[in-house]
Design a protein around this ligand. Structure first.
Ligand SMILES: [Mn+2]
Length: 411
């Protein structure tokens, strides 16, 4: 692979000829790949863990400035990750204008603001759906604080995930919880600046095990419809029951103008912090295939990674995630859409299927290497990372922390 990346000109020429034969505009495809944007999360650079343990990583970011510096390194290597999602209060600072300035000095900007509505003792029975009005008020006030942080940092996204749910049948009224959630969201929605969008995330289960108040896209969609045009659904790829057709959800929401954004990650069974594309790259390709069919509708979709790496090198894992998403997108862009439409129109079931698998099975690494070289980057970002010595340098400077920098419980 290294040789292939370092000297990709021959394989690139071959691929380009094949794509041109299909009538594809390779220059336009490269332009699209150069303008791809993928947001990385601050929490992916600090120490993190499962609910069982946090394993400190040498050089893991200890505060939000180090997280921004690491994100800037990922952007320097990949060229397509210019923004960072923040998590409040983990990343809270006194002076947001100063932090914004620091981000800009690194060539970065602040992305989605994510309020934490699951770690306070008060939230034991939920946040926005909690049976007590005082706790719901606390949750709303925290979200309003995040609305203000978005304003101060220039962010245009308020990204909401609720851990709300119950563990036992009868524990609370399901309909009352639904009413409380909508009422809480309405208060936040009405306080948002006109340029800010609210992204409503859903999750099948966990941490609640009997019911989750926002368990699926349909519930999030219903809430977004009631709130208004600036409320949309966020699809976290790891938040579905096994076997869910995620690309169909994407197609539906995109067509309805309600696809707000993604949290990319992967999971084999239940947890969702594995590297995106590491478990089911075909699914990731099919998601991008839906997005690529209607670039205009997908224009404002926010593409974000939501992963915490517990046992692997954090920056390398982040770069690999970006490469996997780029690969899926590149494969989606080389689908022969004219041939696909023809096969579909005549009911050629397997012919149509093979148009898709043909794109999926194409090795797009030479294309991506070429795109990077044209962007002034190393053709192989993982090699560039290793050659940079960044990991050794930060390990020496920052050392091994006590695992508290990421905001995960360490007790
Ligand atoms: Mn998520």
């Amino acid at each position: 692979m290294k040789r292939n990346m370092a000297d990709h000109s021959e394989t690139y020429a071959l691929l380009m000829a094949n794509l041109a034969d299909k009538g594809l505009n390779v220059e336009a495809i490269k332009q699209t790949l150069k303008s791809q944007h993928l947001e990385t999360p601050s929490w992916g650079y600090g120490d993190s863990g499962t609910r069982f343990a946090v394993f400190p990583w040498p050089g893991a970011a200890r505060d939000v400035r180090e997280k921004l510096a690491d994100a800037a390194m990922v952007h320097r290597l990949t060229g397509i990750c210019p923004s960072v999602a923040l998590h409040i209060p983990w990343d809270k600072v006194d002076d947001w204008a100063e932090l914004r300035g620091y981000a800009e000095s690194l060539g970065m900007r602040i992305g989605a603001i994510n309020p934490n509505l699951f770690q306070d003792n008060a939230y034991k029975l939920g946040s926005a759906c909690h049976p007590e009005a005082a706790v719901r008020r606390r949750a709303v006030e925290h979200m309003l604080e995040c609305v203000e942080i978005a304003k101060a940092t220039g962010s245009t996204l308020l990204s909401l995930w609720f851990a709300d749910g119950t563990n036992y049948a009868g524990q609370d009224s399901l309909r009352e919880r639904k009413h409380r959630l909508l009422e809480s969201l309405r208060q936040v929605y009405s306080a948002m600046s006109p340029q800010v969008r609210m992204l409503i995330e859903y999750k099948f289960f966990e941490p609640a095990f009997y019911n989750t108040d926002l368990p699926d896209w349909g519930t999030a969609y219903a809430m977004a419809l009631k709130l208004g045009p600036r409320a949309q659904v966020l699809v976290d790829t790891g938040h579905h029951p096994q076997g869910t057709n995620v690309e169909q959800i994407v197609a539906f929401l995109l067509d309805e103008g309600k696809l707000g954004g993604f949290h990319f990650n992967a999971r084999k069974y239940a947890d969702d912090d594995l590297i995106v594309g590491s478990v089911n790259p075909f699914e990731l390709f099919l998601i991008y295939n839906e997005l690529a069919t209607d670039p205009e509708a997908a224009r404002d979709v926010a593409y974000m990674i939501d992963q915490s790496h517990n046992i692997e090198a954090k920056i390398e894992a982040r770069v690999l995630s970006v490469l996997n998403v780029q690969t899926a997108y590149a494969r989606a862009l080389i689908v022969d859409r004219r041939a696909l439409a023809e096969r579909q129109a005549v009911g050629d079931v397997l012919g149509a299927h093979r148009v898709l698998t043909d794109a999926f099975e194409t090795d797009v690494r030479p294309l991506l290497a070429q795109v990077r070289v044209e962007m002034g980057l190393h053709p192989d970002p993982i090699s560039a990372l290793k050659e940079s010595g960044y990991g050794e340098r930060t390990a020496k400077e920052r050392g091994v922390s006590n695992g508290e920098g990421g905001g995960f419980p360490t007790a």
